[in-house]
Design a protein around this ligand. Structure first.
Ligand SMILES: [Zn+2]
Length: 106
């Protein structure tokens, strides 16, 4: 039985795909990936450290090969969501990771 491996975008470790959290991009917003949803995916260990590393290194943009927005609270939602049906996330327009000081008025 073939073991499908994917690389975590946070720590770059290859692991069984079943052990990784799948992420997808809809429009340009990163959302939890469904098990059989088509499209480009990124994979992450179920570890907060990997999530933080991926955010810091802008690994999402690299994985999806386009500028993407990542809601910093997505990780918390993933904890409850990634085993169930994916939900489209709305209202995350401000949560870009490119600015180091999001949400600050000049
Ligand atoms: Zn990892």
């Amino acid at each position: 039985m073939a073991v499908i491996e994917r690389t975590c975008i946070g720590c770059r470790t290859r692991r069984r795909r079943d052990d990784l959290i799948r992420l997808q991009v809809v429009g340009n917003v990163v959302v939890p990936g469904g098990a059989h949803t088509p499209g480009r995916s990124a994979y992450l260990c179920p570890s907060r450290a990997c999530w933080d590393a991926a955010l810091r290194r802008k690994a999402f943009a690299r994985a999806f090969r386009m500028p993407v927005k990542v809601d910093p609270t997505l990780w918390e939602r993933l904890q409850g969501d990634h085993v169930s049906a994916p939900r489209l996330v709305s209202g995350t327009g401000r949560a870009a990771i490119d600015g180091s000081r999001a949400g600050r008025d000049e």
